[in-house]
Design a protein around this ligand. Structure first.
Ligand code: SF4
Length: 360
């Protein structure tokens, strides 16, 4: 039951996991989790929007699309110095990975060069790096890898069957092609989706089967709850049943046992008890910091208090130094455990590109 290497999940099989009694699914997810990960440990990433707004794509959930009137102001690429300052602040607050997200369909040559410089800057601080820049060519993926990028985030967002209801300006295959380029370049893959866009349980099962049946499971699987941003086509979407959201986390944990499952967008609106259930279901990564690209995130103080109440410690990847806790805190860290369990975090995100599920 804890076998972790399957790549032949049928949608029916995954849907049956969703149909288990809640306690049975949670038990199974916990079994898989404890067999594959240090328990009571959560990896913490901080996300910075390095280029905000005016994206030509039409992702129905996204406030950064130029097609929707959401009040998001267009911003230019942030200066290198600001990236360094923000990454240092994230590290000081306890994050071990710094994710940089840009609202592009795909980056231009000069964009890749600029982001490569940012990657070098963040790596020099002793942090893992992640980027989400839209679709990539194989050459661009290699260029980012050569700059020291650890993870690339590009979400599939939803099932292949439901995808056309959400995005029309790029195909599902486009996304899979970018994921293949990222993998081929030797980067760790961060790829997940969004719950709450009107999809069925079978769509959720199909999305997770898609991810689990990739030639290699993503090292990081962000599961986002739709943030219903006014002005986007999904602003009026029905709220997700919290237990259905937890089930999605648990099923992701079961079908991709070694992946780091990230409790991603939507966390700001979640009660502490719901977040605790998500951790129990196998989530072992969070975004940490006050903002997720353009939407809110719980503040650092609340997060630290919640993790302390739950006895959860920061997960520090091998080769990285534990973050310095404020003097009044006596925080321990689980060291030597790499969330992705690839054993090569140096060889090797999000939000959209944008896989960016965005969390945008
Ligand atoms: S999710 Fe990414 S690709 Fe889609 S509109 Fe937003 S920024 Fe653009």
């Amino acid at each position: 039951m804890t076998d972790t290497t399957r790549h032949d999940w049928t949608i029916d099989e995954v849907e049956q996991l969703f149909s288990l009694p809640f306690a049975d699914l949670m038990f199974r997810a916990q079994e898989v989790h404890r067999a594959n990960h240090p328990h009571n440990a959560v990896q913490m990433s901080t996300l910075l929007s390095i280029k905000t707004g005016a994206c030509p794509e039409d992702c129905a959930y996204c406030p950064q699309s130029v097609r929707y009137d959401t009040g998001v102001e267009r911003e230019q690429l942030v200066p290198l110095e600001e990236v360094r300052t923000r990454a240092q602040a994230a590290k000081d607050a306890g994050a071990t990975r710094f994710c940089m997200g840009a609202a592009w369909r795909s980056p231009k040559k000069r964009d890749v060069a600029a982001v490569a410089a940012m990657i070098r800057e963040v790596r020099a601080l002793g942090m893992e790096t992640c980027a989400t820049l839209g679709m990539l060519t194989p050459d661009q993926a290699h260029e980012l890898k050569d700059a020291g990028l650890d993870y690339y985030n590009h979400n599939v967002d939803t099932s292949p069957e439901f995808y056309g209801e959400i995005i029309t300006t790029r195909t599902y295959q486009d996304r899979l092609d970018t994921l293949a380029a990222v993998r081929e370049a030797g980067l760790n893959v961060c790829c997940g989706g969004i719950v709450g866009m009107g999809e069925t349980t079978r769509d959720r099962a199909s999305m997770l089967a898609t991810l689990a049946n990739l030639p290699q499971h993503p090292e990081s699987v962000p599961i986002n709850q739709l943030v219903r941003v006014p002005g986007t086509p999904l602003a009026g979407a029905a709220a997700v049943d919290p237990f259905d959201f937890v089930r999605t986390i648990a099923v992701a944990r079961v079908v991709m046992p070694k992946a780091c499952v990230r409790l991603s967008a939507g966390r700001e609106a979640m009660a502490d008890e719901l977040q605790a259930l998500c951790f129990l279901a196998g989530a072992n990564s969070i975004f940490y910091g006050e903002k997720l690209l353009t939407t809110g995130n719980p503040d650092v103080t609340r997060d630290r208090a919640l993790l302390a109440r739950l006895g959860i410690q920061p997960l520090v990847p091998p080769g990285l130094s534990p973050p310095q806790a404020p003097a009044h805190e006596h925080e321990e860290h689980v060291h030597g455990a790499h969330c992705s369990h690839t054993g090569s975090h140096t060889s090797a995100r999000p939000v959209s590109s944008c896989a960016a599920t965005r969390r945008r």
